[in-house]
Design a protein around this ligand. Structure first.
Ligand code: TYD
Ligand code: MG
Length: 455
């Protein structure tokens, strides 16, 4: 048995050092070094699955001699995932999917595994038993006769399974549960994640098999894995949403084979995740009468235009310090908008509790939603409803000016498709009037817009 020794790893970037250091020389972070016991034996993961013929030679090669990649992509049944990946799955690519517990990562990938009809899929789970996975699979309306389950965490044993089974697609649930027998530290530790992810990536690259890795993240980000993993894998997807709501967004934060601007939207149903190809229609709640505190924003999620309902409740504060609460919208930005309303529009927001919510449990980062948030707040404050055929798009600046947003044509054509009649936008968003049948109200200042809306 080899001698054991400790190594120190940086939680942030994964750099290692023989001694503890206060500041990581690689990434400059402070207090990120933790100690882990490591001992490596000579045997290599690779030798367990290596098979003549599938391992490519490793020699320097002239760039001009590299064969032109004619973009082979494995088509996916799941159009949302295909879009986020940049048009399909690239052979040999490693895709990491991160997300909070219970958001639906295992469901999504099991669904993908079952959708590949003619593929030999190996679903490796270190988290759940075969029966648990079977129960989940029974809820999903897809079936793949060639889907193999393997509840194993040792990469050496997994390597043997790769050799025996020669899978066409591999799903690992999750990378934090894998362990290499060559390292003593516990699964989920930095050295284990580095080693096991390295093993999976080597397998993918050398056999051309696409591999999906599920990665855990925690709110405070104590788990070093995904941060460090992000550098190693080809694509990083984030599965987000509010666990108590049904909508989920799949977003790519890194993609070596496509743009990171695309998103996929899903709805969690009793029978698995349903692709939502027309999100706007479901995100706007059906209402019969006009309600105050509600307005619609023409926003963008990634590259997709999306009409979304913003809701606000403004009521007289009962405690000394008024409450501000925001769901799905940046709380700091909300405070900024309230300060602008107070200072530039003369509304007494300092004595009011303000609650803001984005319908459907989505989180919107697009600043173009500001105008609609303001309209909702003032509508609730004045108890005057906003016409349901009006939508808003514009970013609000610190002096109350309304600024232009990107991709205005797309946002407006989506609004037009959904039957809106009027759009409020920034004067600086130059848009030829002939391009749309919507009535366009150009505004440059917040008080000017509030004057139009609430008189
Ligand atoms: P899961 O995929 O286990 O989440 P993760 O792997 O990210 O931790 O899914 C978690 C939730 O999804 C669980 O609370 C139950 C729900 N769910 C459904 O609502 N419908 C379904 O068909 C399935 C399979 C799960
Ligand atoms: Mg899971």
């Amino acid at each position: 048995m080899a001698k054991t020794h400790s190594t120190f790893f940086c939680k942030s970037c994964g750099a290692s050092s023989a001694k503890w250091v206060g500041k990581c020389p690689a990434c400059g972070e402070w207090n990120t070094y933790i100690e882990e016991v490591v001992h490596k034996e000579k045997e290599d993961f690779k030798s367990t699955w290596k098979k003549e013929g599938i391992v490519t030679s490793r020699k320097p090669i002239l760039l001009t001699h590299v064969e032109q990649g004619n973009e082979i992509r494995i088509p996916l049944k799941d159009q949302e995932l295909a879009r986020v990946l940049g048009g399909g799955l690239v052979p040999g690519s490693v895709v990491l999917i991160g997300g909070e517990p219970g958001i639906g990562k295992s469901t999504l990938l099991l669904q993908v595994a079952l959708q590949f009809k003619d593929f030999k899929v190996l679903y490796i789970s270190g988290e759940e038993s075969e029966t648990q996975i079977k129960m989940r699979a029974d809820r999903i309306p897809f079936n793949n006769e060639n889907c193999f389950l393997f509840t194993e965490t040792s990469t050496q044993k997994i390597g043997k399974a790769f050799k025996e089974l020669q899978p066409d697609l591999v799903v690992v649930d999750s990378i934090q549960t894998l362990q290499s027998d060559l390292i003593d530290s516990t699964p989920g530790s930095i050295s284990q994640i580095k080693e096991t992810a390295g093993d999976m990536i080597r397998f993918a690259k050398e056999t051309g098999t696409p591999v999906f890795l599920i990665g855990h993240i925690t709110k405070d980000g104590t788990l070093a894995g995904p941060k460090l993993l992000e550098h190693m894998v080809d694509t990083v997807l984030q599965f987000e949403g509010d666990r108590h709501h049904v909508y989920r967004i799949l977003r790519s934060t890194k993609n070596r084979f496509g743009s990171t601007n695309e998103i996929g939207i899903y709805e969690m149903q009793s029978g698995g995740l349903r692709e939502v190809s027309n999100p706007s229609e479901i995100l706007i709640s059906q209402r019969e009468e006009a309600l105050s505190g509600v307005s619609i924003s023409a926003t963008l999620e990634g590259m997709r235009p999306l009409l979304i309902e913003t809701q606000a409740l403004v009521s007289a504060a009962v405690y000394g310090t008024p409450q501000r609460n925001s769901n799905g919208y940046d709380a700091k930005r909300l405070n900024m908008l309230l300060a602008i309303l107070e200072k530039k529009c003369g509304l007494r927001m300092g004595t009011q509790d303000v609650f803001v919510n984005i319908a459907g449990g989505l989180r919107i980062e697009d600043p173009g939603i500001d105008l609609s948030i303001v309209a909702s707040i003032v509508s609730s404050y004045e108890s005057m409803p906003v016409d349901s055929k009006i939508c808003f798009v514009g970013e609000v600046g610190l002096s109350g000016e309304i600024r232009a947003v990107s991709r205005i044509e797309q946002r407006i054509s989506e609004a037009e498709k959904l039957g809106f009649k009027t759009v409020y936008l920034s004067k600086f968003n130059k848009l030829p009037k002939s391009k749309t049948s919507l009535k366009i109200v150009e505004v440059s200042k917040l008080d000017e817009m509030l004057g139009f809306l609430f008189g």
